[in-house]
Design a binder for this molecule. Sequence first.
Ligand code: CTP
Length: 404
Amino acid sequence: MKVTVGVSGGIAAYKAAELVRALQRQALDVHVVMTEAATKFVQPLTFASLTGHKVITHMWSAEDNSDNLSSAIEHIDAAQTTEALVVAPATADILAKFAHGLADDFLSTLYLATTAPVIVAPAMNVNMWNHPATQANLETLGQRNVTIVPPGDGYLACGMQGSGRMTEIPAIVEAVLGVLNHRNDLQGQTVLITAGGTREALDPVRFLGNRSSGKMGYALAEAAERRGARVILISAPTALRPPANCELVPVVTTGEMRDAVLRRMDEANIIIKAAAVADYRPRIKSDQKMKRTGPLTVEFEPTEDILSEVAARKHPGQLIIGFAAETENVVAHGRDKLLRKGADAIVVNDVSREGVGFDSDRNAATFLTPHIALDLQEMSKRQLADRIFEEILTLRRPQSLVAE
Ligand code: CTP
């Protein structure tokens, strides 16, 4: 299987040689593309010797002229035949080119021309990494289903300390293998995902809400798209941009979310209820802004339990996955919820833990079925989304029934 390593011009370029070797040990046929800046750090000959293939460094090699189409065809072939493009190190410059669709060298042209999955391992100075421009570019790439293997902390070549060091080679290899293994395993499937926190109005300016950021649900939507699914994302308000190709259905209240889910659920093979749904709404919503007139008592009424309704109407072959946020007796409460609501599995978060859960980019969870409690240790929400899909897909396999 052919994969292409793109090397851009940072000091970590020397580590790309080690990456090439590590990928070859996985029986992958590795080809290398370098930017001109990368060739200042490492000679193309290093990669040509390691891979046994010519290293592409320019759009047009020196011997090309208008009568010679062989190089151009070779370049197009590189885009069409690779099974994955992994850019390591990915500089701030190459990330910006990818995010904005510039194609002024071979690597950025390859990025635009290939339909293969793309993985980037950024490496740069800490201030460049933290710059809003770089972060915005990464967000754009994430939405376009590029897999980002984030840099680690430590001493940087520039003498500063902080985030920006290219992550370790095994983590990049794992990301490449993950992408190759998952590629299109949700092809032909429709995944319906709910995300964000619903809001229930008290009056025209105030509402009862919750701390959900929507990040987990949006990460699931991105992962499902990356794996080839059609995605319907029914989202309560969030500050996030939805993945590029999903069908976004914006809602605000629990009632609106329920109507949208029931209207669309028949289209879905997999339904994931990652939204934090308001359990109560004010019994009466004031039409005018409420004035401060002393103590206030508000009467609430329960909202519909969407997950239970969906589970009760599910079709044979449909999988229904719930989420639960718990602060104590996480597995016991999760399992009780799983049985009570009739879902096929429930992903339980311990939201009392530091640094994970609400509004964080990281999460840890337990994947619960009636027979399995699988601990998913702390990782990024993007990685967790892929782990969750791996587990959901095992629910479909007959041998998992036997194992239970
Ligand atoms: N859920 C739902 N409709 C509701 C409440 C919750 O569909 N009215 C879904 C959530 O999207 C989630 C799962 O049910 O997938 C569990 O949500 P959670 O708030 O933890 O469960 P509750 O039933 O509200 O239980 P608790 O008593 O812990 O609040």
